[in-house]
Ligand binder design. Structure first.
Ligand code: KG4
Ligand code: ZN
Length: 356
């Protein structure tokens, strides 16, 4: 089956065509064409995503990217998949209207997809070649750790594509905290990769809390729940910076390390609790923050040391950020499982637990 996928939930316009076979018991995906336009540099001057600008850029880019993928892969497809939420509603509508028009013109069935489900599928598949991904054997229940710019959630999937919320952030998303801390440090948007880089430099010099002495709080770590909170951690960074005054590159590296270590510890702790609560056989991680090296290492260590009977599935580095491939793969799996989803409309604050 050939799937055309469209993703416009935030500041990436992405269109892809994939050839898909198999089902949730084992599937194979070949990328026939994959086009992505990131608006990150345009939004950088606002220090975050500016919705009207995102909408305008999607409107401009969608026809161009679509032309590019059909020139490479041909216009003949069996299914159209489009992200319908969560995300910025004006941005989501651009993708939905474009996809709907195509579906009406061609008579091809269309399926509205959840962006976070796409991130889960990104984590579940393995890259098996330059243009290939595979879904291997999985074992339900699967615990999903979703860490992105807009979300921080733990969800459990006990049967395919049915989710129960296990925990979520009470305030900022983890990626948002990374972006805000980067901004406090004078580093450009998107800040997550910058904080990752600065913290890695500190570690490469052998610096850690033992040497630089900076320790930030681990919010809610002792609370009896799988919920997160990141706004207090960000504020702690702000106060520390006020105390320090003039910032050198070395101090920035130390702050980045201390913040990232605190965030990592919270993620590890809450994930461990969720594994206990749910009895999950697999842990899958998705979302932009899953690119973070320290968090990846922390989760690998957690599983090896304490949950050897749980399998860990981290997204390939080509799939951590927003993309259309994950939407296409998730749509195909959903379609082949006979779960085509609900009515097609933008749902900016849709939560996975509400998805049908
Ligand atoms: O999933 P994503 O691309 O978009 C949303 O759905 O939100 O996630 C974007 C978030 C941003 O906050 C970005 O700073 C963060 O992921 N991010 C990282 C890293 N790479 C991206 N955060 C920490 N470390 C990274 N290496
Ligand atoms: Zn995302």
């Amino acid at each position: 089956m050939r799937v055309l996928a469209i993703e416009t939930s935030c500041d990436e316009t992405a269109v892809a065509i994939l050839e898909c076979t198999g089902d949730v018991k084992g599937a194979s995906f070949t990328i026939l064409s994959n086009a992505l336009n990131s608006q990150a540099s345009l939004h950088a001057e606002y220090g975050g995503v500016f919705p009207t600008l995102a909408k305008r850029e999607h409107m401009k880019n969608l026809p161009l990217l679509y032309e590019r993928v059909i020139a490479e892969a041909g216009a003949d497809v069996d299914l159209i998949a489009v992200t319908q939420g969560p995300g910025l509603e004006p941005a989501l509508w651009q993708g939905i209207l474009f996809a709907k028009e195509l579906a009406e013109k061609t008579g091809v069935p269309i399926i509205g997809m959840d962006h976070m489900e796409g991130h889960i599928v990104s984590g579940l598949v393995t890259k098996t070649g330059a243009t290939n991904y595979e879904l291997g054997t999985t074992a339900l229940p699967i615990l999903g750790l979703l860490i992105s710019g807009g979300h921080t959630e733990l969800v459990v999937m006990r049967s395919w594509f049915e989710y129960e919320l296990v925990g979520k952030t009470k305030d900022d998303a983890i990626g948002e905290a990374f972006d805000k801390v980067a901004r406090l440090l004078g580093l450009p948007y998107p800040g997550g990769p910058q904080v990752d880089l600065y913290a890695a430099r500190a570690r490469a010099r052998g610096a850690s809390a033992d040497t630089h002495g900076i320790v930030f709080p681990r919010p809610l770590i002792h609370e009896n729940s799988c919920n997160f909170s990141f706004s207090g951690l960000k504020t702690a960074v702000l106060y520390k910076l006020r105390d320090i005054g003039e910032l050198t590159d070395t101090t920035k590296e130390h702050i980045a390390d201390a913040f990232q270590t605190a965030a990592r510890d919270v993620v590890m702790h809450k994930t461990a609790r969720a594994l206990e609560e749910t009895g999950a056989h697999m842990l899958v991680v998705g979302g932009g923050v899953s690119a973070n090296e320290e968090i990846r290492v922390g989760l690998r260590t957690l599983i090896t040391d304490r949950y050897a009977d749980v399998s860990l599935s981290l997204p390939d580095t080509t799939l951590t950020g927003d993309n259309a491939l994950m939407i296409g793969m998730a749509a195909y799996l959903r379609y082949s499982a006979g779960k085509p989803g609900g009515p097609l409309e933008a749902r900016g604050s849709q939560s996975l637990a509400q998805v049908v």
